[in-house]
Design a protein around this ligand. Structure first.
Ligand SMILES: C[S@@+](CC[C@H](N)C(=O)[O-])C[C@H]1O[C@@H](n2cnc3c(N)ncnc32)[C@H](O)[C@@H]1O
Length: 290
């Protein structure tokens, strides 16, 4: 009896210490894997393969870079900018090679925010992409951005009170397994009353026609297979998941992309094609039990 109790105890301890995090080594890369997985390794590897050309103006990812023109000022506008001496902290989940983290840091730098006023943490499970993001970060932004090789599920499990003022996940939820769990982990990283920003393609015949048929097969802006229709998340489901996690929806915007000019505009008629949600975490959200 004593031996079996001891064995069970050892099993629990070892599963806590050793099985929750592992890294998968694939061709030239290392990917963070966790037992609480929202991670889809095929998706993460796919983006890792684009690492060398991430910041190239002719990269298939140039549309994501161009999206900064609308998302950076919008995300910044949702942050409490009162100068009360407290550092504002933003978590960028699935930061890839750093477009959004770096764009936000540059924005606040231009506004004259010091390194003591703003911190951006970029989380990315693919180590190749984190290397690219770190290498691209200009010297003058180094004090504002920290890049970590991690998944959101592991990060919130390891850090009991992340308390970020703003949590962003831009063009990530359509690449994860179990979006419901992913969103729950992401929300748990925000402080009570904090902002959450999510952007993603919609799930409709219009998004299939533009994103998959036009952008992948006809114009070949993205490699074929970049998006899988069955993984796209419908706006109604996203809003429901936010509400189920005690968040209040503040705004939903439609996103329109012109592939010929590589420019983005907010346009609510395009919500079925691509949308952005700004939500606030209510003060009564239960703390996630890791
Ligand atoms: C399309 S890229 C978006 C990059 C960046 N957010 C942007 O908009 O510039 C999606 C990224 O999400 C990452 N990702 C996928 N699952 C994740 C998870 N569970 N936690 C954190 N990042 C994840 C992928 O590795 C990939 O780099």
């Amino acid at each position: 009896m004593k031996i079996s109790v001891g064995l069970v105890f050892l099993q629990i301890i070892s599963s806590r210490c050793f099985s929750s995090v592992a890294t998968k080594h694939t061709e030239n890369t290392e990917i963070m894997e966790t037992s609480k997985n929202t991670l889809n390794l095929d998706e993460v590897e796919k983006f890792g393969k684009l690492s060398a050309e991430w910041w190239s103006p002719s990269s298939p990812l140039r549309s994501l870079h161009a999206m900064n023109s609308i998302r950076v000022p919008y995300i910044a506008s949702t942050l409490d900018s009162s100068r009360d001496g407290k550092k504002r902290r933003i978590l960028d989940i699935g930061c890839g090679g750093g477009f959004l983290s770096e764009g936000l840091a540059e924005h606040f730098h231009t506004l004259g925010w010091s390194d003591d006023a703003i911190e951006i943490v970029g989380l990315e499970p693919n180590s190749n992409l984190v290397q690219i993001a770190r290498a691209h970060l200009p010297k003058h932004l180094e004090g504002k951005v920290t890049y970590l090789v991690d998944t959101i599920e592991n990060y919130v499990t390891q850090n009991s009170n992340p308390n970020f003022d703003t949590v962003v996940m831009s063009e990530v939820i359509e690449h994860v397994d179990n979006p419901q769990e992913f969103l729950k982990y992401a929300i748990s990283a925000a402080k009570s009353g904090g902002s959450i920003y999510l952007s993603t393609p919609g799930k409709s015949v219009f998004s299939w026609m533009t994103l998959i048929l036009l952008m992948e097969h006809v114009l070949q802006i993205f490699p074929v297979g970049t998006h899988h229709y069955e993984k796209l998340v419908d706006l109604k489901d996203t809003l429901r998941m936010f509400r189920e996690n005690n968040c209040e929806i503040r705004e939903v915007r439609g996103c329109f992309y012109n592939p010929l000019l590589n420019v983005w505009h907010w346009n609510d008629s395009f919500k079925p094609v691509a949308y952005a949600v700004h939500a606030l975490k209510s003060n009564s959200v239960e703390k996630l039990n890791p």
